[in-house]
Design a binder for this molecule. Structure first.
Ligand code: ADP
Ligand code: MG
Length: 255
């Protein structure tokens, strides 16, 4: 069985008399160590899919199996524990807590784990070091640039050493140089630490960093060749669904 396996994955919401299906019977396999870019028009179910994989939300039909665990079968409590052990989430707008320093923001997810203070400190320091922002540990989010805030958010996502990182338009609010640095960082977490990464992106350039790119349309994977171009910012035709692409070399990546 593939590391992450979706079969007929469905998420419905009822809005008044209407039934909305952001995900409508999606089949997807993600091998361990993948660096997958997801593209697709607004409302095609990208965030809904990430939320399911991250254990923030539960499917209403179909199955989602991650490393042999049927996520839809977990109780809320077990799902929360599973999430905190296995997944780091990176958001477009960073979602840092404004009244906490960079250090304290990164420390936050570790407070759910029973770790002695010394070890917690070592983990936070290591994560901040990894994203190249150790010298800003005492800064508050408002004292950081967008690119620096996103690095802190990535440190927060990796501090628990999750095997999966999901990122929802992680470079959507960044200038080109900061976006490049964030993508190199995610790429290094994939190639050096073996993290399985699934990221949603609108930027055709960010797919250059991914191992493969898949397209969502109306809550399912779009078949290659049937992609809609007018709502999508991507170059659809040459994006075969499964063509693996070598990750860019890492020269220029941060140490
Ligand atoms: P994308 O990220 O591709 O833009 P989403 O997964 O966020 O798309 O949403 C797909 C659709 O599902 C949207 O029409 C959205 O309004 C709807 N949706 C998402 N979450 C909820 C919710 N909690 N309640 C009701 N509708 C929702
Ligand atoms: Mg979205």
């Amino acid at each position: 069985m593939t590391f992450i396996q979706c079969r007929g994955l469905t998420r419905e919401y009822r809005k008044g008399d209407n039934l909305i299906k952001p995900l409508d019977g999606l089949d997807l396999d993600v091998p361990r160590g993948d660096l997958l870019a997801l593209m697709g028009p607004s409302g095609s179910g990208k965030t809904t899919l990430l939320n399911l994989i991250a254990g923030i939300d539960s499917p209403t039909a179909g199955t989602l199996t991650i490393d042999g665990v049927d996520i839809g079968e977990l109780s809320r409590r077990k799902l929360a524990a599973w999430r905190s052990a296995h997944v780091g989430y990176v958001f477009q707008l960073y979602n840092l807590v404004p009244v906490l320093t960079a250090y304290e923001n990164v420390e936050l997810p570790l407070l759910l784990h029973k770790l002695p203070r010394r070890q917690r400190h070592a983990r936070v320091a290591q994560a901040l070091e990894r994203v190249g922002i150790a010298d800003r540990a005492d800064h508050f989010p408002r004292q950081l640039s967008g690119g620096q805030e996103q690095r802190v958010a990535i440190a927060r996502a990796i501090v628990t050493d999750p095997d999966i990182i999901v990122a929802d338009e992680p470079t959507g609010d960044l200038d080109k140089a900061s976006a490049h640095a964030v993508m190199l960082l995610l790429q290094s977490l994939n190639s050096e630490l073996g993290k399985t990464i699934i990221m949603v992106t609108h930027d055709p350039h960010t797919t250059d960093y991914a191992k493969r790119t898949l397209h969502l349309d109306k809550g399912r994977l779009a078949e290659a060749g049937t992609l809609q171009t007018e709502t999508d910012h991507d170059r659809p035709t040459e994006q075969a669904q499964t063509s693996p692409r070598a990750a860019r070399p890492l020269e220029g990546a941060r140490p």
